[in-house]
Ligand binder design. Structure first.
Ligand SMILES: Cc1ncc(COP(=O)(O)O)c(C=O)c1O
Ligand SMILES: N[C@@H](CCCC[NH3+])C(=O)O
Length: 426
């Protein structure tokens, strides 16, 4: 038997009397009929519950939602309303957060190559803190403060702790060979602390690290906490932010620690080392990934006897580039029979002009999957819509939040005119 594991679906998923999957009390069949496919469906209560769990695990004011995982005004507002602050990595993310009504002091600005304009925006809006990533960035802040663009910014320094995260190399960031942060091993971290403490352009309030993303090994976080706590101890700074990176299960057989368990690991490590600073974190994936599914329509089915069957859907690498980028695995199922035995095997592909446009290299579907069926992939709430593209001038899918039987459109489907919105040529 190959049945979709229940824990890969959002908290408020259920099966209706007619056999169809419902999320937040809404039938996926009705959602697809109303909003079309491809479609991102987010379980709003699931999102809220994860935000609350993070706040509970780390304390009010210490949990920053890493908005790169999935951002729109509704999401920014939801995270803030549930007590989280926001981690933004660009001026664009900061703009969306502010447009959603999140106060800038509740935002932290990240980035290994922040522009002068982004730093100016952050200082003018008085973001809560800037996570400074390099000596060049300190130079840029010095220059801006010489122009008196705003009040002295509070800053954290991003330290590269030399800890391997045991995840895909493209999303590992804590090792010495990284574009991010001040290297601990070669003395840059210490030099950065000394410079920031002497500087009148910044107020050094803490240190930061982030070892990578989709990390399942709790001990990697404990190790990073230990390295950071030891480094930070002599400076006695008020804040220590240990980044995000908690993994989620994507496929059968995978399990990840919960936000609460992650909180316990970090708290135990910090307590054991006598850390007196406030300890913050920046979860992204673990807040939003499992909250959503993507619903597609099955188009062409091409069996190649002796080779494989290709199942083509109406989206692809433009709404989920993760399989192409990282070789990430997903599951597939039919919303009309979510827990049916999946006896057919094939490759689930998109509609882009690209052989590599693969969503599932080895997909399993019920044997009666047919052209016109809705097919869905779970755990697409993080780094799907946010890393999407308009490749082949595909119009990006809408996003609905569902809750208590109501569906709220939070991002509409792009139109062909949207594709021309920035095209000023003749
Ligand atoms: C600095 C920083 N904080 C937080 C995150 C969020 O990570 P995740 O979505 O893995 O929790 C990232 C992305 O990996 C990051 O670069
Ligand atoms: N985009 C990556 C995670 C990168 C995290 C951002 N620092 C993923 O989908 O797994």
């Amino acid at each position: 038997m190959s049945v979709l594991p229940r824990h890969l679906l959002p908290d408020n998923a259920a099966v209706a009397d007619d056999g169809w999957l419902t999320i937040g009390g809404c039938s996926v069949r009705d959602l697809a009929a109303e909003f079309g496919t491809p479609l991102f469906v987010y379980d709003e209560e699931h999102l809220r519950a994860r935000c609350r769990e993070a706040v509970e695990a780390f304390g009010h004011g210490n949990a920053y939602y890493a908005s790169k995982a999935f951002l729109c005004k509704a999401m920014a507002r939801l995270a803030y309303d549930e007590g989280m602050k926001l981690d933004v990595a660009t001026g664009g993310e900061l703009h969306i957060a502010i447009s959603a009504g999140v106060p800038a002091p509740a935002c932290a600005l990240h980035g290994n190559n922040k522009s002068v304009a982004e730093l100016r925006m952050a200082i003018e809006h008085r973001v809560g803190h800037i996570v400074v990533d390099s000596f060049d960035e300190l130079d840029r802040i010095d220059a801006l403060m010489a122009e008196e663009v705003g009040p002295t910014p509070k800053v954290l320094l991003r330290i590269t702790p030399g800890v391997e995260a045991h995840t895909h190399e493209f999303i590992s960031t804590g090792q010495d060979d990284s574009k991010f942060g001040f290297n601990l091993a070669n003395g840059d971290a210490l030099r950065a602390v000394e410079r920031a403490r002497r500087s009148s352009s910044v107020e050094l309030v803490g240190l930061h690290c982030h070892i990578g993303s989709n990390v399942f090994v709790a001990s990697s976080f404990g190790k990073a906490a230990e390295v950071m706590a030891n480094f930070a101890a002599p400076f006695d700074l008020p804040e220590l932010v240990l980044g995000g990176g908690l993994g989620v299960p994507y496929v059968e057989g995978e399990e990840a620690p919960t936000l609460t368990q992650w909180g316990n690991v970090l708290r135990d490590a910090c307590d054991a080392l006598g850390v007196r600073s406030r300890v913050g974190v920046e979860p992204g994936r673990s807040i939003v990934a499992v909250a959503a599914i993507t619903v597609y329509t099955l188009g062409t089915i091409k069996p190649i006897p002796g080779v494989r069957t290709y199942y083509s859907v109406d989206g692809g690498m433009s709404d989920n580039p993760r399989p192409v980028l990282y070789g990430s695995g997903y599951e597939s199922f039919l919303p009309r029979a979510p827990f049916a035995d999946r006896t057919a095997e094939g490759r689930l592909v998109g509609k882009h002009c690209e052989s590599g446009d693969v969503l599932l290299r080895e997909a399993r579907l019920p044997a009666d999957a047919a052209v016109g069926d809705l097919v869905a992939t779970p755990v697409t709430g993080a780094y799907g819509r946010s890393m999407g593209s308009n490749y082949n001038q595909i119009t990006r899918p809408p996003v609905v939040f569902v809750r208590d039987g109501d569906a709220r459109l939070v991002i509409r489907r792009e139109t062909f005119d949207d594709l021309l919105a920035t095209d000023v040529g003749h």
